[in-house]
Design a binder for this molecule. Structure first.
Ligand SMILES: *Cc1c(COP(=O)(O)O)cnc(C)c1O
Length: 386
């Protein structure tokens, strides 16, 4: 089966067993506990919904299929998926090498909770050059943590090159694949050991559920993460599992539209004199454009740009837009726009922000799947007003 077909059918084969109804869409199993027939006689293997639940099982099969993985797991948020990976794999005294351009919440969790609380050391490197990864590795390095493309500057790192280095040093490689979605990039096939997503974004795609996912194929790592998820209780609720499953069915078609609209908006912005710089992997001027072309099946619907002007001009522009909601998050059907310096990266010190290249006039856009002519008219109106 190919991607679109798996996204629709896996996990939701109609049940024709005696007493079942042949539902085409899997019912939501809200029960927190499941009755046994007798000692060691579980019905369909379930006991308690923190440990397993039929609606979650179905979603997890679908999630695994999207990344061609043996296992999929659904979590209560992207952050809880990340926390569960760290708790499953790291021990006090371990060292982690991570991309220096990580999602703000991930960086906060590493630096302000895991690092002191569990005595884990983190080294951040510019992973766009794999040599920087190798230089940072120590005797006690267990994990390489990557994100590509990154937020908000759309930097790309070479997953297979990085994985080769990491595996030479017996490290595990985790890739946060949220920005690309499994439709555009499949890190397990490029050598990563664990893939994670905030399903809140493209996978659910409708901005109405917070959730996370892990996909992997190694039996031992899976068993460990599954055990920690059960004990720590970081799983996704049945109702949200239903929403995510429903969202996944249109993931491919949504990603194609996101990308088509993003490409049109990029070419509009390129011609507008009020735009200073554009960060989009699909542009020939993007420093890792060739790598993106090789590693991804497309360039996606996320982009950032800098305005010519100051922060007041940025504010005027954002306030004038009608179709782009001024909000964090991404990957939904509706277009969103945000200001990294005050929102997603508001916690980062100004000097660190500037070192990363996140200026006060940088704006990040999650291009939705509205009619692109309407989106461009909205942008044009707001840009001519500044
Ligand atoms: C949103 C996001 C997360 C965190 O996910 P939540 O669902 O908000 O907990 C992690 N990584 C990336 C790249 C994200 O965009």
């Amino acid at each position: 089966m190919r991607f679109e077909t798996k996204a629709i059918h896996v996990g939701e084969e109609p049940d024709h067993r005696e007493g079942a109804n042949g539902d085409v869409v899997l019912p939501i199993h809200l029960s927190s506990t499941f009755a046994w027939k007798g000692i060691n006689e579980k019905t369909n293997g379930n006991m308690y919904s923190r440990l397993s639940n039929p609606t979650r099982d179905a979603l997890e099969k679908k999630l695994a299929a999207l990344e061609n993985a043996k296992y999929g797991m659904a979590f209560s948020s992207g952050m809880s998926a990340i926390t569960t990976i760290l708790l499953s794999i790291l021990k006090s005294g371990d060292h982690v090498v991570a991309f220096d351009d990580l999602y703000g919440g991930t960086k906060g969790l590493f630096d302000q909770i895991i690092s002191d609380g569990l005595n884990i050391e983190f080294t951040y490197v510019d992973a766009t050059n794999p040599k920087n990864i190798e230089k940072a590795i120590k005797k006690n390095t267990k994990l390489l943590w990557l994100e590509t493309p990154t937020n908000p500057l759309m930097k790309i790192c070479d997953i297979s090159g990085a994985a080769e280095i990491a595996h030479k040093h017996k490290m595990l490689v985790v890739v946060d694949n949220t920005f690309a979605s499994p439709y555009l990039q499949q890190p397990l096939s490029l050598g990563s050991d664990i893939v994670l997503h905030s399903t809140t974004k493209y996978i659910n795609g409708h901005s109405d559920s917070i959730g996370g996912a892990i996909m992997l194929s190694d039996d031992k790592i899976y068993e460990r993460i599954r055990f920690v998820q059960g004990e720590a209780g970081t799983m996704l609720s049945p109702f949200d599992c239903f929403l995510v499953m429903r969202g996944i069915k249109t993931l491919a078609i949504r990603m194609r539209e996101h990308e088509k609209n993003a490409a049109r908006i990029v070419s509009y912005l390129e011609k507008n004199p009020r735009i200073k710089t554009i960060f989009y992997p699909g542009l020939k001027s993007h420093p890792q454009h060739e790598l993106a072309k090789k590693q991804m099946a497309g360039f996606g619907g996320m982009l950032s740009f800098e305005l010519n002007g100051d922060i007041d001009d940025v504010n005027r522009f954002l306030r004038t837009l009608k179709l782009f909601s001024f909000a964090v998050s991404l990957g939904g059907v509706e277009s969103l726009i945000e200001h990294p310096a005050s929102m997603t990266h508001g916690q980062v010190l100004k000097e660190d922000r500037e070192k990363l290249g996140i200026s006060d006039t940088l704006i990040r856009m999650s291009v939705g799947i509205e009619n692109v002519e309407d989106l461009i008219s909205d942008l044009d109106r707001a840009l001519s007003g500044i």
